[in-house]
Design a protein around this ligand. Structure first.
Ligand code: BTN
Length: 335
């Protein structure tokens, strides 16, 4: 059986209801034994658990909210719809960022986007992986051509953080914060991240890909390898996350607007919002820059998007690095 058939089987079961072996076999045009074999393979391929009950058939232990193109388009405003040249809805892909980098879509002022149910090689910042189980979270990328060279686009990753935080707020996650440059936090735990990748000539134009990962309903077991405190949108919305297609559409809408605005106005219109969402300003942080650890008190961002940190040896302005909050003794004891 091909991957396509296995996906078809998964889509039939996504509603979480029981489906008889006969119905599934008829629908897929295979024998009942073949259905049974593939059902057992769903766990290995997609990490989903199937229950079998004699006389009733098969069902997923938890229903899946699968993506649909209509739901995504419905959440787009007029300007974003007009600017969107293509939207690929992918079932399983190595990485949505890699997909758009390979496609090298370069229409000026129009955007190519893709969203996937699963990434097999999801990538995070600083060479990390991004845990991307099937049908649970959001993995979305957009690409656009910019006239500026990569060196002039440094602030774009902060602007994208503001755009995605605003989408999350509007979808019911109150109190989303940003950790420089663009980690999406809720309750000081990571709910999502953004990976900006740029290719092109040294003096422009540039091919920019912005990839957004948001944990929507991360299964505990799948999230176990994540090496920092994390939270999903289900928890941040008190158990009422939006449909994943709606979320994809709203994030896409905000990102398209952000890319157009950044092209003409740069980072400055985004700075007030970034500063009001800053999770670390005034707090003690450790920043890993290359092999070195810099300790100090975060002082917010400069107008060029760099991070300001006051250390014992004076003020530092950082353009790259990984920030972690240093917890007080009381906070450590509570954890
Ligand atoms: C981070 O490390 O915080 C950035 C994570 C970015 C993950 C997203 S998921 C969609 C897109 N495709 C990828 O491979 N990475 C980004």
């Amino acid at each position: 059986m091909t991957l396509e058939t296995r996906l078809h089987l998964l889509r039939r079961l996504a509603d979480g209801r029981f489906h008889s072996g006969e119905d599934l076999a008829r629908d897929l045009g295979v024998s009942r034994a073949a259905v049974w074999k593939q059902l057992r393979g769903l766990r290995a391929t997609f990490g989903v658990d199937v229950s079998a009950v004699r006389g009733r058939g098969y069902c997923l232990r938890e229903p899946l909210d699968l993506l649909d193109a209509e739901g995504i388009h419905d959440a787009l405003g007029e300007a974003a719809s007009a600017a969107l040249a293509s939207l690929a809805l992918l079932e399983t892909i190595d990485s949505t960022n890699s997909y758009l980098l390979r496609e090298r879509f370069l229409s000026p002022e129009r955007v190519a986007a893709c969203v996937a149910e699963q990434q097999t090689g999801g990538r995070g910042r600083r060479g990390r992986g991004w845990v991307s189980p099937f049908g649970r979270n959001l993995y979305l990328s957009v690409s656009r051509r910019f006239e500026q060279p990569a060196a002039a686009l440094g602030g774009l990753s902060l602007a994208a953080g503001v755009a995605v935080a605003s989408a999350l707020e509007s979808e019911g996650a109150r109190g989303v914060r940003l950790k420089w440059p663009n980690d999406l936090l809720w309750d000081d735990r990571k709910m999502g991240g953004i990976l900006v990748e740029i290719s092109g000539e040294a003096d422009g134009p540039s091919h920019v890909v912005v990839g957004v990962g948001i944990d929507v309903g991360m299964p505990r077991a799948a999230g176990a390898p994540i090496d920092q405190p994390w939270v999903d949108l289900a928890e941040a919305t008190g158990g009422h996350p939006p449909r994943r297609s709606r979320l994809a559409g709203v994030v896409l809408d905000r990102l398209i607007d952000c890319l157009a605005r950044f092209q003409t106005e740069g980072l400055s219109p985004f700075l007030p919002a970034w500063r009001s969402l800053d999770a670390t300003a005034g707090r003690d942080v450790t920043v890993q820059v290359g092999g070195a650890l810099i300790e100090g008190r975060a002082q917010g961002v400069a107008d060029d998007g760099s991070l300001l940190v006051l250390t014992e040896s004076g003020a530092r302005r950082l353009v790259g690095g990984e920030v972690s909050l240093r917890l007080s003794a009381v906070q450590r004891a509570e954890q």
